[in-house]
Design a protein around this ligand. Structure first.
Ligand code: ADP
Length: 251
């Protein structure tokens, strides 16, 4: 049966070059609300750039990206307010947390809602404490980032992105900078978000994790979506030679 839900994210014909280097070619895909899309592919294939275009951290040269009600045609002129509205639709979690070092965990999580979204401080604080509980760090609220492990810092980074109440969560290799023993706690938090129904796009090399959470997998190679399908089709029973070779190398 075809799914008739309206996609939360629609990406159509996205192109991106850095100078002469064409990094993304005609990237198109859709993400249904409440689903998890995992992007895999060799190093340098354009995965991070795809994610960054979804948040306009890198501006696509052409293509249309719609998130919820906000649609942007990157080949056309756009005003600042449209771009700001577009950016506010998604929250990004980076490889390294980049928390404010001189602010406490709680201040890190409330900063965006209070300063950017002008929400009342008390309300932002209550929300932040609930989010810290969700990521298992309620007892760290008054500590500073340097007092936390890398995994804990990354979980604060997730709470900070969630605090802005985005429609779509983007994760760029969220565990690749972590010591192996800290990877599990971060993946667990992301898995819980999937269970709660968050819509997420995740770039990761953690194939077993992808098998557990992904509703959809995109295999990107040379700036092109070479394969797109379910986790079962792409990861458990891959048929395409490039994808098989890639999985063989990393598993
Ligand atoms: P991946 O995430 O799959 O490793 P990236 O999206 O980071 O790949 O990079 C894709 C290509 O674009 C690489 O060749 C990379 O060197 C290049 N690239 C990425 N960001 C920039 C940039 N800001 N300036 C120039 N080249 C870049």
């Amino acid at each position: 049966m075809t799914d008739t839900r309206t996609p939360l994210l629609q990406v159509s014909g996205v192109e991106k070059s850095f100078g002469e280097h064409r990094v993304l070619r005609d990237i198109s895909f859709e993400v249904l609300p409440g689903t998890v899309t995992v992007i895999i592919g060799p190093s340098g294939s354009g995965k991070t750039t795809v994610l960054r275009t979804l948040n306009a951290l890198d501006r696509a040269d052409a293509g249309v990206i719609s998130i919820g009600e906000v649609s942007v045609d990157f080949a056309a002129q756009m005003d600042r307010s449209t771009l700001a509205r577009f950016r506010a639709q998604s929250g990004m979690v980076f490889q390294a947390h980049n928390l404010f070092p001189h602010k406490t965990v709680l201040q890190n999580v409330t900063e965006g809602p209070v300063v950017v979204q002008k929400r009342p401080r008390e309300e932002a604080r209550a929300d932040a404490l609930a989010l810290l509980t969700q990521v298992g760090l309620e007892d760290k609220a008054n500590q500073y980032p340097y007092q936390l492990s890398g995994g804990q810092q990354q979980r604060v980074g997730i709470a900070r992105a969630l605090a802005l109440k985005p429609k779509l969560m983007l994760f760029d290799e969220p565990t690749s900078a972590l010591d192996p023993e800290l990877v599990g706690e971060v993946l667990r938090v992301i898995r819980d978000l999937a269970t709660e129904g968050w819509t997420m796009v995740i770039v990761t090399h953690e194939i077993r994790f992808a098998q557990q959470v992904a509703d959809q997998v995109l295999f990107i190679d040379g700036g092109v979506v070479l394969e797109r399908g379910t986790a079962k089709d792409l990861l458990t029973n891959p048929t395409g030679p490039r994808l098989r070779q890639f999985l063989h190398r990393i598993l």
